[in-house]
Design a protein around this ligand. Structure first.
Ligand SMILES: Cc1cc2nc3c(=O)[nH]c(=O)nc-3n(C[C@H](O)[C@H](O)[C@H](O)COP(=O)(O)OP(=O)(O)OC[C@H]3O[C@@H](n4cnc5c(N)ncnc54)[C@H](O)[C@@H]3O)c2cc1C
Length: 380
């Protein structure tokens, strides 16, 4: 039986109060306008919800990934787009914490943890999604600098971030394909950085997703994050931690949808009685609640394992895949239980259904996650 500590329960409660008090009211408007209100990010920073897993000496709360998962869950319970807009501002701090130099930690982490700067991670390219090792963005050495050229797509915060961690090719001559890459920090105000916004997404519509072009962007060599040639491995380690965040979104989205369904079937009467009186409906609600609880237990126990330093890639992949699948299933059933009203945005259940889908895609698709699990179990 997994039991949260009283401090963890307090964090979860505080995140719920913030989400109920500040996000609920504005969520539908931001979704419709495909626009995020930065005041919510500032408020989240004031309340200490940003990058809580970063050590206190670098501006974090010195807590763990479990506490971060609790915050992700509670924000996504109200709205996954807002949750993503807030937590993506420190998307990549996981990697700086893991492999950044002392100078890099001091330079970047306090401003991101304190809500003074936003960041992101740029891996995906038009021809390289699941197949990360097919990226083409080049970082050529030129004296004491790198000159970066290439295109990235589906980049969260392409238009908001102050800097991005960019996966580039630095060692094209390396024998092993996976040894050709490096992770480099690129400030977005450098000449040659261009970004545009991808509009009309199905999911997390207020979150900024964009395309980025690097037109010979010059960055100093000290922006190299980790060692040259280790970029691919760095990104895999990053995903092992950021997938917990996505799993947190999955659990929160599923919980939010479940609550909407419970509320609706209690109120809606058909055949002379509330839908909640129907054994079919009761069974559906029971199944939905059981799935959410199972995904939540999985999320908490895996987050706690990561905090103990037990990095088990297949367990992390299972956790993210399962939480996303539960979000998709539960939000689909929640919408179904609303009947025709479910497809009306004003009933506030359709967005869970729309948002759940992306959790099966970003941070690694469910197919890729199952491949990680299957290959490991079968020794391939
Ligand atoms: C809202 C949003 C935000 C994002 N934010 C970021 C970000 O901040 N930074 C970033 O770098 N990326 C980001 N991404 C990109 C995301 O990580 C990719 O979309 C994802 O990795 C899948 O890549 P793809 O879209 O190119 O799909 P593809 O790789 O083209 O996959 C298409 C389909 O084929 C399947 N498939 C692929 N290969 C195999 C295989 N070998 N076996 C079986 N099935 C396979 C996939 O599972 C999928 O179902 C974001 C995406 C979205 C939608």
């Amino acid at each position: 039986m997994f039991e949260l500590t009283s401090e963890q329960k307090d964090i979860k409660k505080a995140a719920r109060e913030f989400a109920e008090g500040e996000l609920k009211e504005i969520a539908r408007e931001l979704d419709e306008k495909q626009h995020f209100d930065e005041k919510l990010w500032e408020k989240a920073a004031e309340l200490g919800f940003l990058a809580v897993f970063i050590d206190e000496e670098y501006g974090g709360a010195g807590l763990g990934y479990l506490e971060h998962s609790l915050i992700c869950e509670e924000l996504a319970r109200i709205d996954c787009g807002i949750a993503h807009s807030i937590t993506s501002t420190f998307f990549g701090t996981q990697l700086i914490k893991l492999i950044g130099s002392e100078e890099q930690k001091q330079k970047y982490l306090p401003m991101v943890c304190g809500g003074k700067a936003k960041m992101g991670v740029a891996i995906t390219e038009p021809d390289a999604g699941s197949d990360v090792s097919s990226i083409k963005t080049m970082a050529k050495k030129d004296g004491e600098d790198y000159i970066i050229s290439g295109n990235k797509t589906f980049i969260t915060n392409a238009n908001r971030a102050d800097f991005l961690i960019v996966l580039c090719i630095t060692n094209p001559e390396a024998k092993k394909k996976y040894d050709r890459f490096s992770t480099i920090i690129v400030e977005t105000n450098r000449p040659g950085y261009e970004a545009s916004k991808l509009m009309n997404k199905l999911s997390i519509r207020c979150s900024d997703t964009g395309e980025v072009t690097f037109n010979d962007v010059r960055v100093p060599k000290e922006n190299l994050l980790g060692k040259e040639g280790k970029g691919f491995y760095n990104i895999m380690e990053f995903l092992n931690r950021s997938r917990l965040e996505a799993a947190g979104f999955g659990v929160g989205t599923a919980q939010g949808a479940l609550e909407k369904a419970i509320d609706h079937v209690r109120k809606r009467k058909q055949f002379g009685a509330p839908l909640a009186d129907s054994p079919v409906v009761q069974t559906k609600i029971a199944e939905m609640a059981t799935l959410v609880e199972a995904a939540r237990c999985f999320l908490y126990s895996t987050s706690a394992r990561v905090d103990r330093g037990e990095m088990d890639h297949e367990i992390i992949a299972m956790t993210k895949w399962y939480a996303a699948e539960v979000a998709v299933k539960v939000s689909d059933e929640a919408l179904q239980l609303h009947g025709g009203y479910g497809i009306l945005e004003e009933y506030d259940v359709a967005h869970y259904w729309r948002d759940a889908k992306v959790i099966e895609i970003f941070e690694g698709t469910k197919e890729v996650e199952k491949l990680i699990i299957g290959k490991r179990l079968l020794g391939r």
